[in-house]
Design a protein around this ligand. Structure first.
Ligand code: GLN
Length: 486
């Protein structure tokens, strides 16, 4: 029975508690499903069968001695940008193809403390740069809803895996939309927490002022359960914030009457597919039926600058962060060279893919003497304006609702040769990272049979508001229960 059903965390937890299934059985069923589906979906870079079965056995022992964590014994997949001790962490890059971290990321320590069962590491755009997983140095992940299409990115492996039922939930990372956009493309729930809510220690850095880890799940209750486990202060991340972590399941009351929601018109961008706009407008009407007050006339005029700001700040930070891959400290090292400089050059030439090189060059340029003021400093100033505009909006509204992506999943190969088109995939998600806000994408229907996501954004540390609204929406709709059917 567990072979054919895609269980949520809370359902699996209930079954484990009632001894209807053991963690070992659940894990074996998941591994079987992975083996059956992977030839088509290709969401996973490393399967950790032995580790998973070992963790499942200890989870069963804990269960017998009354461990109450809702994540105990539940199989999870981890984006391959998060360090897992003793398990390869490749960032889907040739540079780290054989890198085995000697330590766990903080989120991994926290999941391990809860008794999580790690079944593997998921595919992604190399170093989290991309919107389709086509930038993986290894292979492209396929969207379970239509195998000819991309699952989004960069956490495309995690999103596709959850949609295909290859794990009950997954972790992703979001720098400009990389949890929410693939969640939208694969019809799963994806939460990007407030910057500073979840420790970045052990998350391989892309753009450190934007990166944040979060869950990809089948529903909002599961997202709250995972956030409970991974959120919180960590002395090893200087940007993590020391404020208490509430129990995020307590806000899931279903009652959202009287909340004030704004719909910023700039998010309905030119070129948005009409079917996407329709689905999102229907979702907004549904929220209205549930008793929220909607203002459809909101304007956030700096929104159109977010794309340019992001593509200066993110590559700038990336160019600094990726300087550590020099063939000496970590990962791949070219030995066939006449000098140290040549070794470094050849290491990077082979180790990095085209998109990563493009970003390093852009960032190095934007930060270089003479250009710094014109590009980087200017972008930082506009970043402040965008953040202030959100601050002002959140004085009037409890949350903002927007589409997650202007399009449904596109065909594999359709945008890979046109970086600007690819960058446009994230227009609706980037502003959130620029301002460090929390946001969620939830399934909101289909356009031409392909998934559409609704994005809900709130002020910093108002994850509860987002989860509450998203949960009420899921109580009133069944989009999140639809399965890709593979
Ligand atoms: N797609 C965006 C980019 O290419 C965002 C990536 C991310 O959030 N990691 O940079």
């Amino acid at each position: 029975m567990i072979d054919d059903r895609q269980l949520t965390i809370h359902e699996a937890h209930r079954m484990l508690e009632k001894r209807e299934v053991s963690s070992v059985e659940l894990t074996k069923a998941m591994l079987k499903r992975i083996k059956k589906l992977e030839p088509d979906v290709k969401a996973i870079v490393t399967i950790t069968e032995e580790l998973a079965l070992k963790q499942a056995r200890s989870a069963d022992d804990r269960l017998a001695s009354g461990n109450g964590s809702p994540l105990n014994g539940i199989p999870v997949l981890i984006k391959d940008v998060i360090c897992t001790r003793g398990v390869k962490t490749t960032c889907s890059s040739r540079m780290l193809e054989n890198f085995i971290p000697p330590y766990d990321a903080t989120v991994m320590e926290r999941l391990n403390d809860c008794g999580a069962v790690v079944v593997g590491k998921t595919n992604m755009d190399e170093f989290a740069m991309g919107s389709s997983t086509e930038n993986s140095a290894f292979f492209t992940t396929h969207n379970p809803w239509d195998l000819g299409r991309v699952p989004g990115g960069s956490s495309g492996g995690s999103a596709a895996a959850v949609a295909a039922g290859e794990a009950i939930y997954a972790l992703g990372s979001d720098t400009g939309g990389s949890i929410r956009q693939p969640a939208s493309f694969c019809s799963v729930t994806g939460l990007k927490p407030t910057y500073g809510r979840v420790s970045r220690y052990g998350l391989v850095a892309f753009a450190s002022s934007l990166d944040q880890i979060g869950p990809l799940t089948q529903d909002v209750t599961d997202a709250a359960l995972v956030l409970n486990a991974i959120a919180g202060y960590d002395t090893r991340d200087s940007t993590s914030v020391d404020i208490p972590v509430p129990d995020y399941t307590r806000c899931l009351t279903g009652d959202i009457k009287g909340l004030r929601l704004g719909v910023p018109r700039e998010y309905f961008v030119e070129g948005m597919q009409p079917g996407v706009a329709d689905a999102v407008n229907n979702a907004i009407a549904k929220l209205e039926e549930l008793g929220v007050n909607i203002d459809r006339e909101v304007s956030l005029p700096h929104t159109p600058y977010a794309l340019a700001v992001y593509h200066i700040i993110a590559p700038s930070e990336a160019s600094a962060n990726l300087a550590r891959y020099d063939g000496v400290k970590y990962g791949y090292s070219c030995q066939d060279a006449d000098s140290m400089w040549q070794a470094m050059e050849k290491t990077r030439q082979y180790g990095f893919g085209a998109e990563v090189k493009r970003r390093i060059m852009l960032g190095t340029y934007a930060l270089s003497a003479g250009y710094y003021d014109a590009w980087y400093l200017k972008a930082q100033k506009v970043r402040t304006l965008i953040r202030r505009e959100f601050d002002a909006a959140f004085e009037k509204y409890d949350a903002l609702v927007t589409p997650t992506s202007p399009t449904v999943p596109f065909k594999i190969g359709e945008k890979i040769d046109d970086p600007l088109q690819m960058y446009l995939s994230d227009v609706c998600t980037l502003p959130v990272n620029i301002a460090g806000l929390p946001a969620i994408s939830v399934p909101a229907g289909f356009a031409d049979g392909l998934p559409v996501g609704l994005q809900i954004i709130a002020k910093p540390f108002a994850e509860e508001t987002i989860l509450k609204i998203a949960h009420a929406y899921q109580q009133a709709t069944d989009w999140h229960t639809k399965r890709a059917g593979i």
